[in-house]
Design a protein around this ligand. Structure first.
Ligand code: SF4
Length: 254
């Protein structure tokens, strides 16, 4: 049985990688749930893209899995939105935390680590907790878009995530911000109240500000720093062939 499932995963990944590029987000989600069952989960920080994706997922499968990395530094508006999501969609968000509480981080690394060494802070509060969470999954679903950052520009709808060692699925990777917002308005999807206060991209409160007219939508993230990504979607310089990925996917799905 185990071998059959591993063969199935191997065939699916190799077979759909190119084909999935022409699929709708709903079809990508449907394939993801059918292929990976409860070993696939949506990862979201509840930005506009994430909210559109969550709403789509709820129409494909009622009991889909959804997790978030709770750094303990999120805006109150984000926590309010999380409560709303659980109520509207009837699911429980799986909250993932750093092994260090915010107080422990301050005691060990000093106050304001995010200002002195944001890469270290993101590693402690986001990347390592994510790595731990992904180790229990065979695939994860994100709401990244190719036009958000240069790092994301080569992302595929279905790809091998060499950094974390599982399948990564990006159903709306080819969408624009306009499409996302059209979906939100057409389907009456809840969204973070900060979006109405010039926060097009929302992360931790310490590292996010409102954008000014004419600025890039992500200019409010880590303002004043060259940093544009927290590290969750940065690709390691590791050669990752689809075949190698399929093999590892099969192992993690067992
Ligand atoms: S976004 Fe800022 S506060 Fe949040 S984990 Fe990264 S550096 Fe720390």
């Amino acid at each position: 049985m185990k071998d059959h499932f591993q063969d199935y995963v191997r065939e699916q990944i190799a077979g759909v990688r190119l084909a999935a590029e022409s699929w709708t987000p709903q079809r990508v989600l449907s394939w993801s749930f059918e292929t990976f069952g409860n070993r696939v989960a949506i990862s979201s920080a509840f930005g506009a893209e994430g909210m559109a994706l969550i709403d789509m997922a709820s129409r494909v499968r009622k009991d889909f899995r959804l997790f978030t990395i709770d750094t303990e530094f999120l805006f109150p508006e984000t926590y309010t939105l999380m409560d709303r999501i659980e109520e509207k969609y009837g699911i429980e968000i799986e909250k993932v935390y750093s092994v260090l509480s915010s107080q422990e981080q301050e005691r060990i690394h000093g106050a304001g680590l995010w200002a002195r060494d944001p890469d270290r802070c993101c590693s402690l509060r986001k990347v390592e907790p994510l790595r731990c969470k992904l180790s229990e999954l065979s695939a994860w679903i994100t709401s990244i878009r190719r036009d958000q950052t240069s790092v994301r520009s080569s992302a595929r709808k279905v790809e091998w995530d060499a950094k974390f060692g599982l399948v990564k699925i990006n159903p709306i990777v080819d969408w624009t911000s306009k499409q996302v917002w059209r979906y939100i308005h057409d389907h009456d999807v809840p969204y973070n109240a900060l979006h109405n206060q010039d926060y097009p991209s929302i992360g931790c409160a310490h590292c996010t500000r409102a954008v000014r007219p004419g600025e890039d939508p992500r200019a409010g993230r880590w303002p004043g720093l060259a940093k544009t990504e927290c590290g969750l979607h940065v690709i390691d310089p590791v050669a990752a062939s689809p075949a190698a990925g399929a093999s590892k996917a099969a192992k993690s799905a067992s």
